[in-house]
Unconditional design. Structure first.
Length: 233
């Protein structure tokens, strides 16, 4: 049995030694694209509040008022969703001079999908400043993002081959077929750009907002890299 294993090992070693060496070239290629987002997700946090530090405006009335404002601004119902609800009894603790039994303050977070900054411009002036405690952009995307990603990946692979062609020709070699094509993970694009987030925050300030942003959201950059190996003939 030991002799058979030894013979088998020798045959395998000889096979490896006699295999012809493959000359190859290894390159990387990259491509990128910038697109204007047409899916902008903005979070609106609404909370109960007191009128003149006396009567509390309940969450049901606040929700109704907010949804009516959305309807008047032309926001489709299907573009509005609830992210979550919460509440506590200490939100106004210091403001209300440490009452022994502070009221429970409820809040709700809505997510609205806009197609442009104009949608935000139309809605924000209609909102109740007392009810909206915060708003921010949580995500930006495009309805054709998968199509764009595919295009960028293809262009990155083409760039790798183009590089392999001129590098091999520079040393008098001819490029053969591809031996390997590998996508390099460069990470996902940021969910939103700080400039756009700041713009949304300033929208809650009457002085900073000014009625309309008159500017598009920052473009989304899509970038991919590929690694490719080609045989040299």
């Amino acid at each position: 049995m030991a002799a058979m294993i030894l013979v088998s090992s020798m045959v395998s070693a000889q096979t490896i030694l006699h295999q012809p060496k493959i000359k190859k070239i290894v390159v990387t290629g990259s491509a990128e694209m910038e697109v204007d987002p047409d899916e902008i997700y903005v979070n609106f946090i609404l909370r109960e509040y007191h009128k003149g530090n006396k009567e509390k405006v309940g969450i049901d009335a606040i929700k109704k008022e907010f949804l009516e404002a959305c309807a008047k601004a032309g926001v489709p119902k299907e573009n509005i969703s609830v992210e979550g609800m919460a509440g506590n009894a200490y939100g106004d603790w210091f403001v209300r001079k440490r009452k022994k039994d502070p009221d429970f303050i409820a809040n709700i977070t809505y997510i609205i999908k806009f197609s442009s900054s104009k949608g935000v411009d139309d809605l924000v002036p209609r909102l109740n400043d007392d009810a909206v405690s915060n708003m921010y952009i949580s995500r930006k995307s495009h309805s054709k993002m998968e199509e764009f990603r595919k295009t960028v990946k293809i262009n990155a692979t083409k760039a790798a081959k183009e590089k392999a062609v001129y590098l091999s020709e520079s040393i008098g070699e001819k490029l053969g077929g591809a031996l390997l094509i590998e996508e390099i993970d460069t990470g996902s694009p940021m969910p939103y750009m700080m400039k756009a987030a700041n713009m949304a925050m300033e929208a809650m300030d009457g002085n900073a907002y000014g009625g309309e942003t008159s500017m598009p959201f920052e473009k989304i950059k899509i970038r991919y890299e590929t690694r490719a190996e080609f045989e040299l003939l």
